[in-house]
Design a protein around this ligand. Structure first.
Ligand code: ZN
Ligand code: ZN
Length: 208
């Protein structure tokens, strides 16, 4: 089976550096523990999937604190590349880069949500693409795209999770191994930023 994310054991150890790290042997034990369930009597065939991955945490990257550029980037030999701090549009604006450097087509914004953080070109949409589809942050609002109302495993492909979209009522895959970026965010960008207008006139008429 292919897991879209690293095993939770390792991601939680990385997310909470203060917590005691499990020994590698303990981790292996936990991995082995889940599989003998399959062989227990009285289980339906569906329990074969009991040890599949949990739904992906789409918003893990924005739940963590954003990093600033490393000290080594702060005093480059090329003075044009010196990072400048800029104002956000509002407190809690997750989109606008706090740090920018360079000029014109080479102007870059710092994404401190990436781990490790990195500079991304602003003019060619690299920055926009990363914020929108990797982190799920809307350029228009500076806030995260709405998450799914509900999640479930995809029928016929139980390794893949899908979410119920509050905008259109469709079930949409959360992640895909085929495309870069997060499928849910791609959908949310189209569906939530540019809502279909087909329902609007009817509702207005009903209301009046
Ligand atoms: Zn990023
Ligand atoms: Zn939708």
């Amino acid at each position: 089976m292919s897991a879209p994310n690293p095993p939770p054991l390792f991601s939680s150890a990385a997310g909470f550096p203060e917590a005691p790290r499990p020994l590698p042997s303990q981790g292996l034990f936990r991995l082995l523990q889940s599989s003998p369930l399959d062989r227990l009597p009285g289980h339906h065939h569906t329990t074969h999937f009991a040890d599949l991955t949990d739904p992906p945490d789409l918003y893990a990257s924005i739940a963590a604190a954003a990093s600033d550029p490393p000290e080594s980037d702060m005093h480059p030999s090329d003075a044009d590349l010196t990072p400048h701090e800029q104002d956000l549009r509002f407190t809690g604006d997750l989109y606008t880069p706090k740090w920018v450097r360079g000029h014109g087509n080479k102007r870059e914004g710092w994404c401190g949500l990436c781990k490790p953080g990195r500079w991304l070109v602003l003019k060619n949409s690299a920055f926009w693409y990363d914020k929108s589809f990797t982190h799920g942050v809307s350029a228009a609002t500076g806030a995260a795209f709405a998450g799914p109302r509900e999640t479930r495993r995809t029928e016929g492909n139980l390794d893949v999770w899908e979410g119920l979209c509050g905008g259109c009522g469709d079930w949409v895959p959360l992640v895909s191994s085929k495309k870069k970026g997060t499928t849910w965010f791609r959908h949310a960008y189209k569906c939530h930023t540019h809502p279909k207008v087909k329902d609007t006139p009817k509702r207005r008429r009903e209301a009046s």
